[in-house]
Design a protein around this ligand. Sequence first.
Ligand SMILES: CCCCCC/C=C/C(=O)SCCNC(=O)CCNC(=O)[C@H](O)C(C)(C)COP(=O)(O)OP(=O)(O)OC[C@H]1O[C@@H](n2cnc3c(N)ncnc32)[C@H](O)[C@@H]1OP(=O)(O)O
Length: 395
Amino acid sequence: MAVVGLSGRLARCYCLRAVRSSLRVPALQLHVSKTAMGASQKDFESAVNQVKLLKKDPGNEVKLKLYALYKQATEGPCNTPKPGLFDLINKAKWDAWNALGDLPKETARQNYVDLVSGLRSSSDSSSQVKPEADKKQAGYETLVITSEDHITKIMLNRPAKKNALNTQMYQEIMLALEAASKDDSTITVFTGSGDYYSSGNDLTNFTDIPPGGVEEKAKNGAILLRDFVDCFIDFPKPLVAVVNGPAVGISVTVLGLFDLVYASDRATFHTPFSHLGQTPEGCSSYTFPKIMGLAKAVEMLIFGKKLTAGEAYAQGLVTEVFPDSTFEKEVWTRLKAYSKLPRNAMRISKQIIRNHEKEKLHAINAEESSILQERWLSDECVNAVMNFLSQKAKL
Ligand SMILES: CCCCCC/C=C/C(=O)SCCNC(=O)CCNC(=O)[C@H](O)C(C)(C)COP(=O)(O)OP(=O)(O)OC[C@H]1O[C@@H](n2cnc3c(N)ncnc32)[C@H](O)[C@@H]1OP(=O)(O)O
């Protein structure tokens, strides 16, 4: 049962970080093998049970190591077929297990016991007041994630690129949302670092063409887009956008799936899809007309009208606008107060408000993604992207 619980939890943790970390499993193996050999089956079973009682989530990296050692200890070397490229979770698990090679079952059992024992002592000795550095979750390269006051903050962190979303950032956001949905926070907040909230899809995403050519690129992009937006549709807790500056493209459209959108008066909202030979995504073809009415949605989504924060508030896309000088202070004071509200009541209220639309949103997301897959191959889109990239190349 314990094993089912662990692998179940792991299976729910998307594992970009784990994919990387799984490559480091042999290092851990060497480290823990230094201790005396010979954990009994009873020690092992007890360690399996202790994992369930850990006060602190050990993180994906450690969970993946535990998974690999458990499998090695109970089944021996990995000899199951390697999961497909897009089956991120199972591939990460397979990689971690496979990396243990021919490690004997007994050694794996001992290493598992040692690892759990280390986790228990670090969990027991962790002080109540966390130093600042500890609040930041490790393992993300394009995001800074902190958890404090029952709030998980996901900060887009490519300020030099105006927080454009590259493939890695899409994947890390999915991981972060998955983790935030399970952590002990009551609300989850997105914001941007630097002067932009986000400049939308990183247009250099279009330049990295796989061996299967542009068709494969477009197909992979549509899968990624669909998975990414699905994570927002399904996110179970109140989701808040703290829009610190201009927002473009997909960073604007998914706001229709957020529960609160607070904006600095410096923020602008811009979806230049037609200019890029593209079409709406993030369910905006449905949410925007619903939020602001057809006429205003058309102006944004077809004609690319850029809204000020005040206009976006008037259209109902933004919950409230704050002066930039007091934005952070006012917003975080408000959010800290909200985060103390009962977790379950907020979660269930969100469910009641959102659930009856979920199926529809998933269908719309699928349709928008598939239309974009075609659009990305069009001359209109290719020329627009080339135009942006060549202008930047001249600078
Ligand atoms: C899985 C795929 C899903 C795709 C879903 C479909 C999504 C659609 C969209 O999001 S459409 C919107 C796409 N975004 C844009 O069209 C914005 C493009 N950028 C700009 O227009 C400008 O950069 C700006 C207005 C955001 C900012 O202008 P400015 O203040 O003059 O700064 P710079 O242009 O010098 O930018 C600084 C630096 O950042 C790079 N950069 C900015 N935005 C992007 C971007 N979207 N993609 C890639 N790179 C971007 C820019 O090139 C500069 O880099 P450099 O310093 O030259 O290395």
